[in-house]
Design a protein around this ligand. Structure first.
Ligand SMILES: Nc1ncnc2c1ncn2[C@@H]1O[C@H](COP(=O)(O)OP(=O)(O)OP(=O)(O)O)[C@@H](O)[C@H]1O
Ligand SMILES: [Mg+2]
Length: 421
């Protein structure tokens, strides 16, 4: 079911849009101010958000945009005289904007293409990747707790959403909890809820994410960052299926599918006693590991071409493709997306060459594989430079010394931006 949050202060417009969106197959939640919009965004997952830029209350459309999770497309509506805000919104990541007055068809069209761009489109043809996705899809309806491991940017959240779609609970909510982003002292009430007056200043009882996720899926992202006392509390929910809100006495039941994710090596953390062993076994009843991009043969091309088409419709030269294939992608698909996006901005003409790709000279602090790849690149660069120095810059001779073909050497010199002195 496509769910949309509509934020529009003018009643007539709100009613008209709600009706039209419902007719177009959307399940609509309509609110009239920023405060309620933010509350809904925190507690629900939407396929899209449609918001006016100028709305009453403490928060405007830009604030709504800023509070929306990155995977959800936001379309802003602007009235005459607010085009600056629309531009601002686009800079801050809005999927699109539309100026009032507009034709309904135009709006519905924009919405469907924004949702398409953000849809759980999972590109990839390499066997390692496809096999991982298929295993996860098969496990989805089993109700087992699923642990998704993988380096940063490999698509863990995307896979979690896909699992939810295949779980038989897809009409229920998908509730993400970022264990790294929520302060420790608020985490317990965030997960389990709190009664009125449980904290100083808490005037309302509020439901926790486990309660909101009833009938759906709870996604515990970056689970390695959950502190020890909460690890114990989480374990209890997973074992007993019950929990208490902060300050509450009533036993609450959890039936949500539990998916956890981490880019850390949880096993090592268990050995170092940084993560509870019993919780580790609970959450990893069904573990899946997403392969890093550099191990997904040909998918680098596929993804790069896809995003290039999406962002600007230009094309890559062979050398650009080759340098992307030789790169180690420590930030995986997220890094590839932003590299391609930057290249689009840098290239006014239709062609993107290897030189237009800005690979970072990054200091690696990540995994062993990443460090090894980085060290290998540095070593390789040093060997090539010294061979060139030895031969006074003669590339043919340098290639002989290094035992590689002339062509290979030329490519490497270009890719590694090695200067000849
Ligand atoms: N197979 C894929 N096809 C197309 N885009 C993808 C694919 N996998 C991931 N992406 C995109 O890559 C980006 C990163 O994905 P996602 O946020 O799911 O990664 P993650 O593993 O959760 O990263 P992190 O560890 O940094 O939280 C997103 O923009 C996502 O849409
Ligand atoms: Mg993530």
């Amino acid at each position: 079911m496509k769910k949309i949050l509509l934020v529009e202060d003018k009643r007539g417009m709100r009613v008209m849009l709600s009706t039209a969106l419902k007719e177009d197959g959307w399940q609509v939640t309509a609110v009239s101010d920023g405060d309620s919009a933010l509350k809904h965004i925190q507690r629900n997952t939407y396929s899209a958000i449609l918001t006016d830029v100028c709305i009453p209350g403490r928060y405007n459309g830009i604030d709504v945009l800023a509070s929306t999770p990155s995977g959800t497309p936001v379309i802003v509506m602007t009235a005459f005289g607010t085009i600056d805000m629309a531009v601002d919104a686009m800079k801050k990541g809005a999927a699109d904007f539309i100026s009032k007055p507009f034709k309904l068809d135009e709006l519905l069209e924009k919405l469907s293409s924004a949702v398409y761009d953000h849809s759980e489109l999972m590109l990839g043809r390499s066997a390692v990747y496809l096999e991982t996705i298929r295993r996860a899809e098969r496990a989805a309806p089993s109700g087992m707790n699923i642990l998704i491991l993988g380096e940063s940017g490999t698509g863990k959240e995307l896979l979690a959403r896909r699992i939810h779609q295949c779980s038989g609970r897809e009409n229920g909510p998908f509730v993400p909890v970022n264990c790294a982003a929520i302060p420790e002292n608020l985490m317990e009430s965030e997960l389990f809820g709190a009664e009125k007056g449980a904290y100083t200043g808490s005037t309302d009882a509020r439901p926790g994410r486990f309660t909101i996720a009833r009938g759906g899926t709870i996604f515990l992202d970056e689970i390695a960052d959950l502190d020890m006392s909460l690890q114990g509390k989480l374990l209890r929910v997973l074992e007993s299926g019950t929990y208490h809100s902060v300050g509450g006495t009533k036993e609450l039941k959890s039936d949500a599918l539990v998916i956890a994710a981490s880019n850390r090596d949880l096993r090592t953390m268990v050995k170092k006693r940084l993560f509870r062993e019993d919780l580790f076994y609970r959450i990893s009843e069904f573990p899946v590991k997403l392969p890093p991009l550099r191990e997904r043969e040909n998918d680098i091309q596929l993804l790069a071409r896809h995003y290039l088409e999406l962002y600007c419709g230009n094309s890559f030269t062979e050398s650009a493709i080759r340098s992307m294939q030789n790169y180690s992608w420590p930030g995986n698909i997220r890094e590839l997306k932003s590299l391609v996006r930057r290249a689009c901005i840098n290239s006014a003409e239709g062609i993107i060459t290897g030189e237009m790709l800005e690979f970072p000279e990054h200091e690696s602090d990540g995994s062993l594989v990443e460090q090894a790849a980085h060290a290998a690149r540095i070593k390789e660069k040093a060997l090539i430079s010294s061979a060139l120095a030895e031969t006074g810059g003669n590339r043919k001779k340098a290639a002989e010394i290094l035992g590689v073909s002339y062509r290979t050497l030329l490519t490497k010199i270009k890719d590694m931006k090695i200067g000849v002195r």
